[in-house]
Write a protein that binds this ligand. Structure first.
Ligand SMILES: Nc1nc2c(c(=O)[nH]1)N[C@H]1C(S)=C(S)[C@@H](COP(=O)(O)O)O[C@H]1N2
Ligand SMILES: [Mo]
Length: 427
């Protein structure tokens, strides 16, 4: 609506504010009356507590800070039946306890095939060879003399949600969706290094190899390598964590996590893809007709409600309830998230709050006034390419039921009258 008599748009703003006020009024009233009842004789207000009476710790106690002792439950967790051996395994980001879009370094899920390599940066080398004019070997010091960039990206393992293909299994978004993290990386655009080596015109693919005991290797199209890939040495401002590939990892924005080679030591330029283990027997999608779909690099548009969810039930009863979740797309930014509380009969647009960056997590909220009746919560994301997150049944119709990887189907949480939340599917 454009109002010519109101050049500053103040009228529009006022009416939006009024609308918000009206929507929240009943909820805010409930919260206020609970506050008033408590204030009557609250010992936590009327009596001086220990933390108020005695001195606290000095600045010499924690040279490297850790979270409050009361947050000790906010940790990466694994699923025992998925952990054949901890050195070739996975743990999951506690998405249900986090907010905003950035994953704290110590909570980023870990996936490694041969354990965490321990590498002194002074001993680390990155080699570029193959179809190049000049094969090169870089030290970490060499790499830090190239111009660098800071970019926020999500990394999602293609197997995220893989256990849910044939029906709901795991009770918590940490386990159904926690193979994802999102941090700000500092690194050198890969194209600067490739330009330095001089890629021959026949160079169409790149093989990236890790220095870990798994020597993990993946083929990456040259077009992507020259587009937005980064060779990163920092996450959230500090050095990469050992489990995230210290001292150097490859970032392949929007594409499946397996390609983000950690402990990056070698880049070979070739004229065709290599067909390594991780791009043939793994990370391909077995279709209903028995054929495997390969090179499904991009992680498609997806979302999940992180709270309430099975690990964080509603404990405060009816009244104001903040429904919160995450949305992301390997194709770009999230343009819209819709939320339903009745299993998809009616949808409401959620509010995206915080930065909206391409190939990064987006945070959304729907602030409701819960009447205490049971709910079927779902979120459905759309990206700026116009792609819409499918239902699980739409996915199964297109891809059969043999798949493990690339499950971006809509998640359902059932909330009962007591606020207990469970992983379910609606048909
Ligand atoms: N060198 C090396 N790189 C690797 C892996 C590995 O085992 N070795 N695992 C890959 C897989 S399958 C994923 S999903 C991501 C996980 O990254 P993270 O441990 O930082 O979460 O790293 C990828 N890069
Ligand atoms: Mo992965």
């Amino acid at each position: 609506m454009v109002d010519d008599t109101d050049p500053k748009g103040t009228k529009q703003k006022a009416s939006r504010r009024d609308f918000l006020k009206a929507g929240l009024l009943s909820g805010a009233a409930v919260a206020a009356s609970a506050g008033a009842a408590r204030a009557a004789g609250e010992p936590l207000i009327t009596e001086i507590q220990d933390w108020n009476r005695y001195l606290g710790d000095g600045v010499d106690v924690a040279p490297y800070g850790t979270p409050s002792e009361f947050e000790a439950h906010v940790v990466r967790r694994d699923v025992p039946w998925l952990t054949a051996d901890p050195v070739s395994s996975i743990n999951f980001t506690p998405l249900h306890e986090l907010d905003g879009i950035i994953t704290p370094n110590g909570l980023c899920f870990e996936r490694h095939h041969g354990g965490t390599a321990v590498i002194n940066p002074a001993d680390h080398r990155l080699m570029i060879h193959g179809l190049v004019d000049t094969p090169l070997v870089f030290t970490m010091e060499d790499l830090k003399r190239f111009p660098r960039e800071n970019r926020v990206y999500f990394l999602e393992c293609a197997a995220n949600g893989g256990m849910e293909w044939r029906g709901s299994q795991l009770n918590g978004c940490q386990f159904t969706h926690g193979m994802i993290h999102c941090v700000v990386y500092t690194g050198v655009p890969l194209r600067y290094l490739l330009e330095e080596a001089g890629v021959k015109t026949t160079g169409k693919w790149l093989l990236a190899e890790g220095a870990d005991s798994a020597a993990m290797t993946r083929s990456i199209p040259m077009e992507k390598a020259l587009d937005d890939c980064l060779v990163a040495f920092k996450m959230n401002g500090e050095a990469l964590r050992p489990e995230q590939g210290y001292p150097l990892r490859l970032c392949v924005p929007g594409w499946e996590g397996n390609m983000w080679v950690k402990w990056l030591r070698r880049l070979e330029v070739g004229d065709e893809p290599w067909a390594q283990r991780e791009e043939t027997s793994k990370y391909t999608d077995l279709l209903a007709n028995g054929k495997a779909r390969r090179h499904t690099f991009m992680m498609e548009v997806k979302s999940v409600i992180t709270s309430p969810s099975p690990q964080v039930p509603v404990t405060h009863g009816k009244g104001p309830l903040v429904i919160s979740g995450l949305a992301w797309s390997g194709g770009g930014t999230i343009s819209r998230v819709d939320v339903t509380i009745d299993g998809g009969r009616t949808w409401q647009p959620a509010r995206i709050d915080g930065p909206s960056l391409p190939k990064a997590l987006h945070r959304f909220y729907l602030d409701i006034n819960w009447d205490g009746s049971e709910m079927l919560l779902q979120s459905r994301a759309m990206d700026d390419q116009g792609l819409v997150q499918p239902t699980k049944n739409e996915l199964r119709a297109a891809r059969g039921e043999n798949s493990i990887y690339h499950n971006n189907g809509i998640q359902t949480w059932h909330v009962n009258n007591d606020g207990v939340v469970e992983n379910v599917e609606v048909s």
